[in-house]
Design a protein around this ligand. Structure first.
Ligand SMILES: [Zn+2]
Length: 155
């Protein structure tokens, strides 16, 4: 007796349900902007915004979850998050942690016109230190919890 679906069909089904989740997601660039605004106004209010800062989803990446860059000619800052985060099964705290991480870089003068406060963007755990000092320990914890399972799913 054979199963109704072959393994290939099963994989296809899994794939289509992921792309369905992403295409029907309520998470778009406007939603990301609302998360950025929430974090900035409530936890980074002392960090003045001295240039235009944009945020948006990039392509689907399993390993690069977020990045921030300063466009030298226009002096605009762009925060990009992996398209994977459109999947609403990924907790909002994980998305928030990634945005807050990039905001720390901005505050420290990386990918922003601000003065550099450190030699390297990730020197000696400065990001988590910064997040903790701003009352964002809960994001570090939520992210670590998610990452544990996520790493397993990559194997
Ligand atoms: Zn970083």
């Amino acid at each position: 007796m054979f199963n109704k679906f072959s393994r290939q069909t099963l994989h296809k089904m899994k794939k289509s349900s992921l792309s369905e989740r992403i295409s029907s997601s309520k998470r778009d660039d406007a939603w990301l902007l609302s998360r950025l605004d929430y974090l900035w106004s409530n936890f980074f209010a002392d960090v003045t915004q001295i240039n235009p800062v944009f945020i948006g989803f990039g392509r689907y990446s399993k390993y690069r979850l977020g990045s921030v860059r300063l466009e030298k000619t226009t002096k605009k800052t762009y925060i990009t998050l992996t398209g994977m985060f459109k999947d609403e099964r990924i907790p909002t705290e994980v998305v928030d942690q990634t945005i807050a991480h990039e905001l720390c870089h901005y505050a420290h003068g990386f990918s922003s016109p601000k003065a550099r406060l450190h030699k390297y963007p990730h020197y000696g755990g400065i990001i988590n230190k910064e997040l903790r000092s701003r009352g964002l320990e809960y994001l570090i914890k939520a992210y670590a919890k998610w990452l544990k399972d996520y790493r397993k799913s990559l194997d």
